[in-house]
Ligand binder design. Structure first.
Ligand code: BGC
Length: 882
């Protein structure tokens, strides 16, 4: 073993364990293997509409310096030909390239077709190895391929009960495969022969329905029967027919109508023939036991109205009505190619408290977004009211006053976050809302007659977009670990096919909250599919002049309030962050024109280079930075991103124009706010100083001076934050990126007011909307907006950052900070090339630092106190720093 001193105090020790692992693995498998094949960032997806799908893979290769020197990708409809490496429809040819993201460039894909693909790679020594076969399947590809008609019942928007639809059909031959394609205005559940199809929840995702409606594809081969079959559809309102009333006028959405759907069930028989069962006049409809459903408030279910077997072939639908044709909600019906919403985690009630003979309060022990499932038995007509809340009054009853503030009910028939369940009187009956979710920890159940309820009658389900976990953080500081967990819970509680602010009071796609939390999300979760979809929502909502609404999607609210650059910079910041994390330029290309239109509009409004358009540093601790300051910072940030994207997309004239504009804004900003003598900005608030540093407005020759001013400000604030939403993005980063990591950690690890730790000390399991736990307004208990701290752990303590010049962690910028007061920290992130990990332990005066760089990527390591950087190739390294 060689020991190579890097500096007097640093000893590099090659890792022995790794060498052992490598030799053990080499007996079983080739030293380099392409794995983790994905198409459109999904594993073996079906029902894709992308004309040029993207392929990605990773390498398993534990050798030091592992890399890919060439690849050859094959795509074709004949799996055997693809496996043999011959006869494929498209072959990239062997290309001397280290790319692990390749876009299809063969001839036009056919609809309803399964394509197989594989990739052969050549390793660092030029040795080839071949992946297993993966597949993707196309869907409609073109709206003209739909055969079904859009249908509904004859009721109007005000009718409350949700409709059922059904029809029967016969299969005549042996079935090879079957796919159901379902598009809906509203929400739907699909059933075949009595069984719900798939485990998705709340399909399809919320979009601006009159511009773009999503459809979902299911493989239903195993649910079809030989002979008689029945297909059933249950439609919910979702955001399409919003009946509840709240300040954002959801109920006035221009697209609002009675829910409708279009369906093609495509059966391919063993003999190759295809039969379609489609929505149309052959269908029948009836009202379901869901007597009320609102995505925003709750669901009411009357089991006495159940029609057992409604979705089976033997059911008699003679009393059911005929359906009617409806116009398609929008001209664009496209595939929902993303991770679905699911009931991801079951959470048994931790306790039940009996308040009196008819009132019981369940406690899940933690705050979530989702639903509760309730199972009981009793006489027909017994009614249960399940009122969901995040906190309790001192008397033990649930308190909704922190979350119902913006609800504007008309009458009493739609109580907030309160399900109604009426028993049918047929033994044990189970209820779980189909078309609603809530934010809650407690459920107060009120029964219509005295009875005993048990703890196990209620289970909570944490629902969210089921994005794979791609990051881990753990440390010796238990409060830090809990803040990280709470950040993840709030991030996921606010991910339902679009990012939201909170899962209870609003469920709004607040733009500002989402761009601030996007790095936190991307470090820990595989969010690209959700963000790509949400950026398409942005394109649908953008005015021709570039203006975006502050909440996206929207039924119309938000074009007039809250939509300055500090919020709607989502249009630049989110594509840029997705690019940094995935190295995928598609989201940049798709949104480039929209970004440009957005910044050009600000330029039109603000010829001086400064803008006052925006909300400013929302929910600050005590000091509020002027709006012109923060909005101009975001204007500068947007223009800088557009300049970089223009250069990347090969538009040098645009790039030059936006570089010049960015310089103009920066000069105007510094002329107005920078005090060159003192190294201060504005009136020297934490947000002012840190935003100028973090977003790159400080002239190079003033950086250390401004950082010192910031440090003095924070020390004067007793090492506590004094920021709002925009400042939470910058305060910790500006400190740790400018030589003040110990101070940043001191602020981040506070457990007294105001701090993240203060919430945790007071029992928080999610992040809050306000710093004082007893604030009287803006006090949702599950807001992601203050969640940047989750990303900061990775960036500053783990030191893992994407390199903008080699995005997707092709090169990792590694700069860990072994901060005072913390003896152990580790972070890992599964990037496009594999798992990057960074872990350190302090023992006495020494720090042992261990880092793994995945195959086909590199790192630039900067260790504390060392002026030089180290270039690392793939492998695991250990540094002993004394
Ligand atoms: C939301 C915030 C949002 C803000 C904008 C609030 O009601 O909950 O998270 O960003 O409004 O003003």
């Amino acid at each position: 073993m060689t020991r190579r001193p890097l500096l007097n105090t640093i000893i590099l020790v090659p890792v022995v364990i790794l060498a052992l692992l490598a030799s053990a693995a080499s007996k079983a498998a080739p030293p380099c293997l392409p794995v983790g094949l994905q198409c459109e960032h999904l594993v073996n997806p079906i029902g894709l509409d992308a004309p040029a799908p993207r392929f990605t893979w990773r390498l398993v290769d534990v050798r030091k310096g592992a890399k890919q020197t060439a690849y050859h990708l094959l795509v074709g409809t004949d799996s055997l030909a693809v496996a043999r490496g011959t006869g494929a429809g498209w072959q990239s040819g062997k290309l001397a390239s280290d790319a692990q993201l390749v876009t299809y460039a063969g001839k036009s894909l056919q609809p309803f077709t399964r394509y197989f693909w594989r990739v052969e790679v050549w390793d660092k020594d030029g040795k080839p190895s071949t992946s297993a076969i993966a597949y993707f399947e196309t869907g409609m590809l073109n709206s003209r391929n739909w055969q079904g008609a859009w249908i509904s019942d004859r009721n109007d928007v005000d009718l409350k009960p949700a409709p059922y639809f059904r029809r029967t059909f016969k299969t005549t031959k042996a079935i090879k495969s079957a796919r159901a394609y379902v598009a809906a205005g509203g929400l739907y559940e699909l059933y075949l022969n009595g069984q719900k199809v798939g485990n998705h929840r709340l399909d399809p995702m919320y979009t601006r329905f009159d511009r773009r409606t999503l459809y979902v594809t299911y493989d239903v081969t195993s649910q079809l029967l030989a002979g008689s079959n029945a297909i059933g559809v249950l439609l919910g309102n979702g955001w399409y027919n919003h009946q509840s009333t709240a300040v954002w006028d959801f109920h006035k959405a221009p697209w609002r109508a009675r829910p409708t759907f279009c369906l093609d069930l495509r059966i391919t028989y063993a003999d190759g023939s295809v039969e379609l069962v489609s929505s149309g006049k052959g269908w029948k409809t009836s009202l379901s036991p869901i007597v009320f459903n609102s995505i925003y408030t709750a669901e009411h279910y009357d089991a006495r109205m159940e029609q057992p077997g409604w979705n089976t072939a033997s059911f008699s639908d003679s009393t059911w009505k005929d359906v009617i044709y409806r116009a398609s909600p929008s001209p664009t019906i496209v595939a929902q190619a993303m991770h679905p919403i699911r009931n991801v985690e079951a959470i048994p009630a931790r306790s039940i408290t009996k308040i009196n003979d008819t009132v019981f309060v369940y406690d899940l022990g933690r705050t979530i977004a989702g639903v509760s499932q309730f199972s009981v038995s009793g006489p027909a007509g017994t009614t249960f009211r399940l009122k969901h809340a995040e906190r309790l009054y001192p008397n033990g009853r649930v308190d909704q006053s922190n979350i119902d503030a913006h609800f504007r009910p008309v009458g009493t028939s739609d109580p907030f976050q309160t399900d109604l369940f009426i028993l049918g009187g047929k033994g044990v009956e189970t209820f779980m809302p189909h078309f609603n979710y809530k934010g809650f920890q407690y459920v107060e159940v009120t029964t219509s007659r005295p009875m005993e309820l048990t703890r196990d009658a209620l289970t909570g389900y944490f629902m969210h977009s089921d994005v794979p976990v791609v990051g881990q953080v753990t440390s010796a500081n238990l409060t830090l670990n809990k803040i990280w967990a709470a950040t993840n819970s709030s991030y996921l509680s606010n991910l339902f096919g679009y990012p939201t602010d909170c899962p209870q009071r609003e469920k709004n796609g607040w733009t500002g909250d989402a761009h601030i939390a996007s790095e936190t999300g991307l470090y820990s979760f595989d969010g690209i599919t959700v963000y790509e979809k949400w950026l398409a929502d942005h394109r649908d909502e953008q005015q021709p002049n570039g203006v975006l609404p502050s909440i996206i999607p929207t039924g119309g609210w938000g074009y007039e309030w809250g939509n300055g650059p500090d919020w709607t910079s989502t249009i630049t910041i989110i594509p840029w962050n997705v690019y940094l994390f995935y190295g995928d330029t598609k989201i940049l290309a798709d949104n480039y024109d929209n970004m440009k239109r957005y910044v050009d509009h600000i330029t039109e409004l603000s010829p001086s280079g400064l803008t006052t358009w925006g909300l400013g540093d929302w929910v600050p601790v005590k000091s509020k930075t002027p709006v012109e300051f923060t909005s101009s910072v975001y204007y500068f940030t947007d223009v800088s991103i557009v300049a970089k994207v223009a250069a990347l997309l090969g538009k040098p004239a645009d790039a030059a124009r936006y570089v010049a504009l960015a310089a103009k804004i920066r000069n105007a900003f510094n002329a107005r706010y920078l005090n060159r003598q003192s190294g201060g900005y504005g009136s020297g608030l934490q947000t002012e100083l840190s935003a100028a540093l973090h977003w790159g407005l400080v002239p190079d020759d003033r950086k250390s001076q401004v950082a010192a001013t910031l440090a003095r400000r924070v020390i004067a604030d007793n090492n506590h934050i004094d920021v709002g939403l925009l400042g939470t993005k910058t305060i910790l980063n500006a400190l740790s990126d400018n030589g003040q990591s110990d101070l940043a950690y001191a602020v981040a690890s506070q457990e007294t007011f105001p701090s993240w730790g203060w919430w945790i000390r007071n029992g928080a399991t999610t992040l809050y909307e306000n710093w004082p736990i007893d604030a009287t307004s803006d006090i949702s208990m599950n807001h992601i907006m203050f969640g940047e701290i989750g990303a900061w752990y990775y960036k500053a303590l783990g030191g893992l950052k994407p390199d903008p010049t080699q995005p997707g962690f092709k090169n990792v910028l590694l700069e860990p900070h072994f901060v005072t007061g913390l003896d152990h920290f580790e972070a890992s992130h599964d990037g496009p090339y594999g798992t990057i990990s960074s872990a350190w332990n302090r023992s006495g005066k020494a720090v042992h630092y261990r880092v793994t760089i995945p195959p086909n990527s590199t790192a630039t390591l900067k260790l504390p106190g060392e002026p030089a950087t180290h270039k690392l190739e793939a492998g695991t390294y250990q540094f002993d720093i004394r």
